[in-house]
Design a protein around this ligand. Sequence first.
Ligand SMILES: [Zn+2]
Length: 421
Amino acid sequence: MTIRTKEQLNDFVKETVAHCPVTDIHTHLFAESFGDLLLWGIDELLTYHYLIAETMRFRPDLPYEQFWSMTKQEQADLIWQTLFIEHSPYSEACRGVVTVLNRLGFDLSKRDLNEYRAYFRSVTAEEHINRIMELAKVKTVVMTNDPFDDYERAQWDRGIRQDSRFQAALRIDPLLNLWDTSWSKLKDQGYNVTEDLNEQTLAEIRRFLKDWIKRMDPLYMAVSLPSDFAYPEASVRGTIIDECIIPVTREAGIPFAMMIGVKRKVNPALRDAGDSVGKSDIGAVERIVSRYPDNKFLVTMLSRENQHELAVTARKNRNLLVFGCWWFLNNPSLIEEITRMRLELLGGSVIPQHSDCRILDQLLYKWDHSRTIIAKVLCDKYGDLFDAGWRLEEDEIRRDVEDLSGGTFWKFLGRPDPALS
Ligand SMILES: [Zn+2]
């Protein structure tokens, strides 16, 4: 049906974006079969590292070590008291908790943590996964799977029960960022490697990667990289990328996902909350994607300053798919600015958002908040077309929104969306 008025247009776009099921291409969530790796519930929500960093700003009197020595529930109580009772929770991470509690139907006037806790104790993980995914309208999430993590490796070794809503991504940070300590872990797993990157070691790294691709069937191979990431580079990282990552991902037909721009541990006392951001060299991205036109690359960058040049680089290299507003960029003002710019430069050949959720319940707020912004930007873009005399069919808008919600990702992979089969 053709849309006749701008009012109809806005209503239809908002409705379509709000209800279109999404593929969440990068999370730290796990299927139920991974046991303790799946985090959910109010105490996990409140002790999210974003909120720990924010709490510490209001409590300069509290020694870091004292905070870390508390139980999780004590930490959650302190965070709730500091960020939600003594101050108003309008930072994006705090607002997220409010959105989650509201969407789960809790009484927000009482602000009673124990009442919320009682609910989470009353449901099973399975029930909660179903409820959250349904409410968030997320059909598929991509996990972050680490073959260097002993607990996780044990889960894969005992044979994971498949849940097609949870897809794997092979995360290889230790291989590229911590070779001086991770080579011995490869050795422990039965690979004949030495710290020195000789031919045999490189061949064994390739064998390690192929074995894990076979075991996990990952949608892509991923790494987070520091803001000083350089390419090409005569270094351990540069060598492993050229000799192992590139040939293995090309042969497997999977993208290499690079998340670039982290400054690790600028405040180690904050632990997971102690990482920061740095502007990176877009030249490194340009050089790697253009050197390997037969490889596919998914790239997101952490610094706001890199976003425009990253979108331009994608215009020049069709083997590069830009995704998401990562971590410190996952704030409404920045999501809006970045999404607007990307749609203007790249049309629908982009993945506007991923959630990066660490806690299952966060799917509710990360997607609610992002959908509102994506709809707002799309209304403006379609509105401009409308003013120029272009009339849209409802089916055309539906198609576009499906692409932005995961269709573009699956087409880039060259795989069918499992939720549609
Ligand atoms: Zn992440």
